[in-house]
Design a protein around this ligand. Structure first.
Ligand code: SF4
Length: 302
């Protein structure tokens, strides 16, 4: 029996044959390609989750702006607001996930350790969702880290079918993938069926299609940090839709195909070049180290 797959259809077929969860299939697949035992792999993922939590804690302690001046102190601001606020439209879980998503990117901007999930620029979404989920449910680190295996199971399909790189596919490939992986994790942790987990991944991913990569000044800080915060809500939402029985009209594998297609045809200026979108707004340009305004003709060639 092999646990390899490249598409959601193949993954769900494996689930059907084995009766295993997506997370468990990801674990077993990893034992096939490496030399680590199941126990070693589980311990390693729990360790990664611990590092993620540390990156959240470090970010929440930051009070200064980063060297670029683009981020810093916002995670703490949101958490303090959440703790003091008498009235909350979102609820504590979502407010904390916003703060945690910001925190990881602020840690990254301060040259602290983060766990790329799947990239540095999108490293806040999965930790923020899982930590907010864990605090609400009172789950152990080991149980919560199983969500990372679910995220990995879905991420593998995106990696095979499209890409994770903002330079290759725009922010939809980074933040969109992270959001999709986090939605799947939340859905499986909350008892969703394998089909619902894939639905959550599909709904999260398809609603990020077209998201461009336009880092202000070329720094992975803005709009990155706010996207990491706000797309945690998106992940929770997609999981809730799937758990409610709502289905994506477009199957996950086809959404991944659309991600690849949109990324392929997206102009170069929206692929981490800082030559389009928010990066070339009048305010965005002030953060550009060289202050170069890209000529319109050059942008049209992108
Ligand atoms: S805007 Fe670009 S650098 Fe920032 S998170 Fe998105 S893909 Fe990454």
């Amino acid at each position: 029996m092999t646990y390899s797959y490249r598409t959601a259809v193949e993954l769900l077929d494996l689930v059907e044959k084995t009766g295993l969860s997506l997370a468990e299939i990801a674990v077993r697949g990893e034992t096939e390609i490496g030399n680590q035992t199941r126990e070693e792999l589980l311990a390693r993922m729990t360790d990664y989750y611990g590092r993620m939590k540390s990156s959240v804690a470090k970010g929440l302690a930051i009070t200064q702006r980063s060297q670029s001046g683009l981020s810093g102190g916002d995670a703490r601001r949101v958490l303090e607001h959440s703790e003091k606020s008498q009235v909350s439209a979102l609820g504590t879980t979502f407010e904390r996930s916003l703060a945690y998503g910001l925190a990881v990117l602020e840690t990254n901007a301060a040259f602290g350790q983060i766990v790329a999930t799947p990239t540095a620029g999108s490293a806040g979404i999965a930790p923020a969702c899982l930590l907010a989920w864990q605090e609400t449910r009172g789950a152990s680190d080991e149980d919560t880290a199983m969500g990372l295996w679910t995220a990995a199971a879905v991420g593998k399909i995106i990696g095979y079918g499209a890409c994770f790189s903002g330079a290759q596919g725009g922010c939809q490939a980074e933040v969109g993938s992270a959001c999709s992986m986090a939605a799947a994790a939340l859905c499986e942790l909350d008892g969703g069926t394998p089909k619902q987990v894939i639905q959550a991944a599909a709904m999260a991913l398809k609603n990020t299609l077209g998201l461009i990569c336009d880092p202000i000044g070329g720094y992975v800080e803005a709009p990155c940090s706010k996207r990491n915060a706000l797309y945690t809500l998106h992940a929770f939402g997609a999981s809730t839709l799937a758990l409610s029985g709502v289905e994506s009209v477009i199957p996950f594998d086809e959404v991944v195909g659309a991600l690849r297609e949109v990324g392929r045809t997206m102009p170069r200026v929206y692929k981490e070049t800082a030559e389009g979108g928010l990066a070339i707004t009048p305010t965005g340009l002030k953060f550009r180290p060289d202050q170069i305004v890209v000529p319109l003709e050059a942008r049209k060639k992108g």
